[in-house]
Design a protein around this ligand. Structure first.
Ligand code: SRM
Ligand code: SF4
Length: 572
């Protein structure tokens, strides 16, 4: 216990040792900073430097259009600043009524599209400073919010979105909401700044304290046999355990994460460790205790080493469990058996036990926009007008029109056809299993294209697969514009991670169910080189794969790449 007290002391802000972000948090008066004043400053489209960090806790990122950066520089104009807003949508569930308002906000204040994220959230890009307050107030009017959608706190809690797949689904979904609520920051800053709420002085943050967490913190709940939430990629994970149709409890996982830096061996993606089991009644206190261990033991000096995964490796898994026990006052029970089959989505129509229908749509990179090919934005809006159920975002950037009554099925099917919306009926398995992050033009950290480029690369990979008689083979292809890992590329059987414009690192060897990392196979290669490397591998795969053997397992079995289950082996 003394040890813990000592460590808590160490989390007190130390101006000499701690990173500057810690100073910003301490000086912010519980996340207020000068955000409110900055919104009224019409001279610049940006907010103050320190506030750029703080607005993340409110679900907002300052960005600029990178396609226009050089041109504006030449014209001696400041970058075209705008903001990305992310809503917190626990379990990814919004009613059709809510969706309609969110789409209206996109039309009125953002770039006219909605973006579904890899963590089951909605994003609006291109919101100008003058429209921030109106957009956030609009989101709040639907009873959704943007609190803690980003920042050094627990983020949107993910959960398997498909009610048809499990009898315990609704219970697990309720737990994802409770977890999300329980771990929210309690400061009143959000209401004061965005909703003109009454000023109430914040004197403490019961879970987080004044400096919040050392870094972002992510939580997901998986329901076997589906690992669509990629539970191993989360700081804290729970795997629901069912017993005779009842929710028995959850296996507890800690220490997952994807982010890394090119050529920096200190940073690495990591698969979370299963450290035990808890009952539903214990879930909130277990989660809170894990968060507190990270709060007190996480690295506040070097942000790139501040995620829970590094804390777990620093303490050792057993060391982490020992410390957790002292926070909890008891030991977790032994983990239960479970089996995953896949970390992707299941497309098309499903009917559940109650006779309700669910339709999973394929949405490339989660971008809800009208294009020449499909009037997706308009079509979903028309569906929202007549649908009485929900819109559920999947962890793979897709959308489920959920709980459709039998009498509405035909009407919705007609709209799907009329607006040419895909539910995977025409796409190849490799396309349906592909994932790309946002990257250019909005992401300030992008090094290479992802969302805008992946579709054309997939077309070329499809041609190769067809040539080798593998068109029906599902292979996970995941691309990101940098190694931060937003489309979880280190869990792709084929992972492509941007290095420079047109250049990618090629990673191979993840499992199809997301419980093994991939590893660097070729560095800094262009499209032609990517395709010729894949050509050799796919040729061999077609000739020598064992029955039902996935591509990721094949490249490991054939020795093209080493199997990596421990993040520390990622660079070895
Ligand atoms: Fe991410 C930063 C987009 C999921 C790891 N991520 C960013 C920023 C905000 C760039 C920035 O800091 O300026 C990107 C904004 C792009 C834009 O214009 O929208 C961004 N991340 C996204 C989204 C929208 C990607 C997508 O295509 O869907 C996802 C939003 C999820 C959400 O709703 O909250 C998104 N990001 C992820 C994931 C996947 C996941 O969580 O399952 C990861 C890997 C898992 C993890 O966290 O380890 C991820 N994003 C990062 C990192 C690296 C963190 C690290 O530990 O090093 C950064 C950079 C950072 O935090 O400094 C980052
Ligand atoms: Fe941006 Fe990199 Fe994340 Fe892609 S992986 S959205 S490029 S931070």
């Amino acid at each position: 216990m003394n040890d813990i007290k000592k460590t808590i002391q160490q989390t007190q802000y130390n101006p000499v040792k701690h990173s500057d972000v810690e100073r910003i948090k301490v000086e912010s008066q519980y996340l207020r900073g000068t955000i409110a004043e900055g919104l009224n400053n019409g001279i610049t489209g940006a907010v103050a430097d320190d506030d750029q960090m703080l607005i993340k806790f409110h679900g907002i990122y300052q960005q600029d259009d990178r396609d226009l950066r050089n041109e504006r520089r030449k014209q001696k104009l400041e970058p075209l600043y705008s903001f990305m807003i992310r809503a917190r949508v626990p379990g990814g569930v919004a009613t059709a009524e809510q969706y309609k308002v969110l789409a209206d906000l996109a039309t009125e204040y953002s770039s006219g599209s909605l973006r579904l994220t890899t963590r089951q959230a909605f994003q609006w890009h291109g919101v100008f400073k003058r429209n921030l307050k109106k957009t956030i107030a609009g989101i709040n009017s639907t009873l959704l919010d943007t609190i803690a959608a980003c920042g050094d706190v627990n983020r949107n809690v993910m959960a398997n979105p498909l009610p048809e797949t499990s009898r315990i689904h609704s219970e697990v979904f309720e737990w994802s909401k409770k977890l999300s609520e329980h771990l929210l920051p309690k400061t009143n800053a959000f209401h004061e700044i965005w909703l003109d709420g009454k000023k109430v002085e914040t004197t403490e943050e019961p879970i987080y304290g004044q400096t919040y967490l050392p870094r972002k913190f992510k939580t997901a709940i998986a329901i076997p046999p589906y690992n669509d939430v990629d539970v191993y990629a989360n700081d804290m994970g729970f795997i629901a355990i069912e017993d005779n149709g009842q929710l028995k409890g959850f296996n507890v996982l800690v220490g997952g994460g994807m982010g890394s830096t090119h050529n920096d061996q200190e940073t690495y993606p990591r698969i979370a460790n299963v450290i035990g089991f808890c009952t539903p009644e214990q879930l909130l206190e277990v989660a809170e205790s894990i968060v507190k261990v990270q709060r007190d033991y996480g690295n506040r000096e070097v942000r790139k080493l501040a995620r829970l995964k590094y804390t777990v490796d620093k303490l050792g898994v057993d060391g982490f469990k020992d410390i957790l026990r002292t926070y909890l006052g008891y030991e977790l029970e032994d983990a239960e058996d479970f089996e995953f089959v896949h970390n992707g989505d299941r497309y098309g129509w499903f009917e559940d036990e109650k006779g309700l229908f669910h339709l999973t749509l394929y949405i490339h990179s989660g971008r809800i926009i009208d294009s020449e090919h499909s009037k997706l934005f308009s079509g979903l809006y028309e569906i929202a007008k007549i649908h009485n159920g929900e819109f559920r975002i999947t962890p793979n950037q897709n959308l489920i029109i959920s709980n459709i009554a039998k009498q509405d099925k035909e009407k919705i099917a007609k709209l799907i056809e009329q607006y040419n919306i895909s539910f995977g009926q025409e796409e190849s398995p490799v396309r349906l299993n592909s994932l790309a992050c946002v990257s250019f033009p909005t992401c300030s950290l992008a090094m290479a294209e992802a969302e805008r480029y992946l579709p054309s690369l997939i077309t070329k990979i499809e041609q190769q697969l067809e040539q080798y008689g593998l068109s029906q083979q599902a292979i996970n292809v995941r691309m990101t514009g940098c190694p931060n890992g937003c489309a979880r590329p280190f869990l792709g059987e084929i992972g492509l991670v941007g290095k420079a414009p047109g250049k990618y690192n090629l990673y191979l060897g993840s499992s199809y169910k997301g419980d093994r990392l991939n590893k660097l196979f070729k560095e800094n290669i262009n499209e032609q080189q990517i395709l010729s490397e894949l050509d050799l591998l796919l040729h061999d795969y077609a000739n020598h794969k064992q029955a039902s053997e996935y591509f990721g397992d094949f490249v490991v079995r054939k020795g093209y790449i080493q199997s990596v289950v421990n993040g520390l082996d990622f660079h070895r």
